[in-house]
Design a protein around this ligand. Structure first.
Ligand code: VAH
Length: 336
């Protein structure tokens, strides 16, 4: 994990914020799992309150049930735990959002509205992820920071609206709001669900267990992705940047990790697992993938807060294969 040390003065320079503790919503999800452990390493375990809508039972620090649709609960948790910074990760992702648009809008917009209102009330800072899903077919093949945002999915529309809501609370209410347009995120610690980029994680799990995988997209599907370690580092760099460094892109920075086709990914995996077998059977998620950019430009994040990615395709594949084989051997040792 790449740590980023900053002076406390440059971190929370919003006057009179409620407290020094951190609240993470959606903490049991793909990003939350890694972000909570990274924040606890930097700030101390007891400083980071992990929350989610259900309890998985195995957390190594403070955990509470929280439904972000309940604003009274959010306010109570902020006040009782001296929260000064909120990472709002609770969201319904793209594929799930197309199947249940009402839930997607309620959680991604209604939930964010509650978080923003509670943050205004209690003077908290807010990080809430955006996504490359804010882009549509008119921003292909490469989406620049100020390319048009014409999302075709419900999820993408909630992320675009979310960026606008966050910017409004910064400009009109002085709430320190920040966000990153995450690409598809790759981690071996949590299998994502409900996303269109899930294939780039599922493939490692299946190759480790059965040696074969059927993609739900075509082999020439190319999408922007990022290793979770880089996504967490980008999040910390953004949240620890002085306000003076942030531009109008503060609630929706493009950040580039790496970009590859499903076939390039498969060929790279075969270099380490030569017996792997891959097939391609597109489903409805192909339409979503076809609407997203193949790659990104991220000069704003580079110039505003020194973003730089650290994984190429080979290093990503090696890291994911090692991670999955470690986790499956530790599982089998647990079973044994
Ligand atoms: C999804 N993993 O597939 C998310 C992400 C860019 C994709 O937003 O919905």
């Amino acid at each position: 994990m790449v740590g980023v040390e900053v002076s406390s003065a440059s971190c929370c320079d919003m006057p009179g914020h409620a407290g020094d503790n951190i609240l993470v919503t959606g903490a049991l999800g793909q990003i939350g799992t890694d972000l909570v452990s990274a924040l606890r390493k930097t700030h101390g375990t007891e400083t980071v309150i992990a929350t989610d809508i259900y309890d998985r039972g195995n957390t190594d620090g403070p955990f509470m049930i929280l439904d972000i649709l309940e604003i009274a609960e959010i306010n109570r948790l902020i006040r009782e735990n001296s929260i000064g910074t909120i990472y709002n990760l609770a969201a319904i992702l793209s594929a799930h959002g197309e199947k249940d648009p009402d839930l997607c809008e309620r959680v991604n917009l209604g939930g964010l509205q509650n978080i923003l209102d509670a943050s205004k009330e209690n003077r908290c800072r807010v990080f809430s992820p955006s996504s490359i899903a804010v882009f549509g077919p008119d921003s292909r093949p490469i989406a620049y920071q100020d390319s048009p945002t014409s999302p075709t999915t419900v999820y993408g529309k909630t992320k675009k609206k979310g960026e606008e809501m966050m910017l409004k609370y910064w400009r009109n209410e002085g709430v320190d709001t920040r966000g990153i347009r995450y690409p598809g995120l790759l981690s071996w610690k949590t299998i994502p669900t409900g996303g269109t980029t899930d294939y780039a994680v599922e493939v490692f799990h299946h190759i480790e267990n059965s040696g074969e995988y059927t993609y739900f997209v075509e082999e020439d599907t190319k999408l922007p992705m990022m290793m979770m370690e880089d996504a967490i580092r980008a999040t910390k760099l953004l949240m620890e940047a002085p306000q003076s460094k942030l531009s109008e892109y503060r609630t929706g920075y493009n950040v580039r990790g790496l970009s590859f086709t499903a076939k390039q990914l498969s060929d790279q995996i075969k270099r380490y697992r030569p017996q792997s077998k891959f097939t391609f059977t597109p489903d409805e998620r192909q339409l979503i993938a076809n609407s997203w950019p193949e790659d990104l430009e991220d000069s704003a994040a580079v110039s505003d807060w020194n973003w730089n990615s650290s994984f190429d395709l080979d290093r990503m594949v090696k890291t994911m294969l090692d991670g999955f084989s470690q986790s499956s051997s530790s599982d089998s040792s647990k079973i044994g």
